[in-house]
Design a binder for this molecule. Structure first.
Ligand code: NDP
Length: 246
C-alpha cells in the first residue's frame, strides 16, 4: 500500500494490536503519531523503530478518556507532523466481571476509555478532515460486541457503541470524502488475553475454525488496507478478523 506523505495517529500504540498497526502504517510510508497511556519505554521503542524505517514519528502520552488531553494531542500531532490523514481509534481496556458483581467504576472506566475516548479523539480530527475533504477513520471494535460475552457487559456495551458510532459517522462524512470503518477482531494473541486461564483459551482455540488465535499483525493488515486508497469505495463497514469464529 502506498501511504507515502500521509500522517497517521494510532491510539493505544505502545503494545499489542496498536503497536503492529503503527509499525505497518510506517512500513507502508506513513508518518506516525504513537499514542499511549502508561508504557513509556514501549512507546519510545516503537517511536525509534518507526524512525529507523525512515518515517517521522512522535509519541504522545495521553489518556483518550480525557477530553482536554485528547484535544491537546490532536493539536500537537498537527503542529509536529501535519494534519492527520489516518486516525486509528484502537486504545481499549477490559474490566471483566459478571454483571451482578460489577462495580460502577468497572462500568464507567470501560465506557470512558473504549467509547467516550472515541468521541474525545475523533472530534477535532474529524473537523480538520472535513475542512480538507479527505481522511480515513478506522475504529477497533470487537467480535464480543456482535455475539456477546459473559463477564463483558461493560466492554460489549462500549464496543457495540463503537459500531453504532462508526455507522452514523460514516453517513455524515461520506460526502466530504472521509471513510469511517470498524474492524472487529476475534481472539488475538496480545497482553489483553494474558489474564485468561489456559483452559479457557484452549476452549476458544477449539471453537475457532482456523484452530488458533489471531495475531496483531493480521489485524494490522486489514487496518492498513482500510487506511489506503485501495479501499476507496468502502465505508460504514464492520469487518471481522476472527479466523471464521462468527
Ligand atoms: P493491549 O492490552 O495489548 O494494549 C492496549 C493498548 O491501549 C496499550 O497500548 C495501552 O497503552 C492503550 N491504552 C489503554 N488505555 C488507554 C488510554 N486510556 N489512553 C490511551 N491508550 C490507552 O490490547 P490489544 O492490543 O489486545 O487491544 C487493542 C484493541 O483491540 C482494544 O480496543 C481491544 O478492545 C481490541 N480488541 C482486542 C482483542 C484481543 O483479543 N486482543 C479482541 C477484540 C478487540 P499503555 O500500554 O500505555 O497502557
Amino acid at each position: 500500500m502506498d501511504l507515502a506523505g500521509k500522517v497517521a495517529l494510532v491510539t493505544g500504540a505502545s503494545r499489542g494490536i496498536g503497536r503492529d498497526i503503527a509499525l505497518l502504517l510506517a512500513e507502508n510510508g506513513a508518518d506516525v503519531a504513537v499514542n499511549y497511556h502508561t508504557s513509556d519505554e514501549a512507546a519510545a521503542e516503537i517511536e525509534s523503530e518507526i524512525v529507523k524505517l525512515g518515517r517521522k514519528a512522535m509519541r504522545i502520552k495521553c489518556s483518550v478518556a480525557d477530553y482536554e488531553a485528547a484535544q491537546g494531542m490532536a493539536a500537537a500531532v498537527r503542529d509536529e507532523l501535519g494534519p492527520v490523514d489516518i486516525l486509528v481509534n484502537n486504545a481499549g481496556i477490559l474490566r471483566d466481571k459478571f454483571f451482578i458483581n460489577m462495580e460502577p467504576e468497572d462500568w464507567t472506566d470501560v465506557i470512558q476509555t473504549d467509547l467516550i475516548g472515541l468521541f474525545n479523539v475523533t472530534k477535532m480530527i474529524a473537523f480538520s478532515m472535513v475542512r480538507r475533504g479527505k481522511g480515513k477513520i478506522i475504529n477497533v471494535s470487537s467480535l464480543s460486541a456482535l455475539v456477546g460475552a459473559p463477564g463483558q457487559t461493560n466492554y460489549t456495551a462500549a464496543k457495540g457503541g463503537v459500531i453504532g458510532f462508526t455507522k452514523s459517522l460514516s453517513r455524515e462524512l461520506a460526502s466530504f470524502g472521509i471513510a469511517v470503518n470498524a474492524v472487529a477482531p476475534g481472539y488475538i494473541d496480545t497482553d489483553m488475553l494474558k489474564g485468561m486461564p489456559e483452559e479457557v483459551l484452549s476452549r476458544y482455540r477449539e471453537l475457532i475454525p482456523m484452530g488458533r488465535l489471531g495475531t496483531a499483525e493480521e489485524v494490522a493488515q486489514l487496518v492498513v488496507f482500510l487506511a489506503s486508497d485501495k479501499s476507496g469505495y468502502i465505508t460504514g463497514q464492520v469487518i471481522r478478523v476472527d479466523g471464521g469464529l462468527y
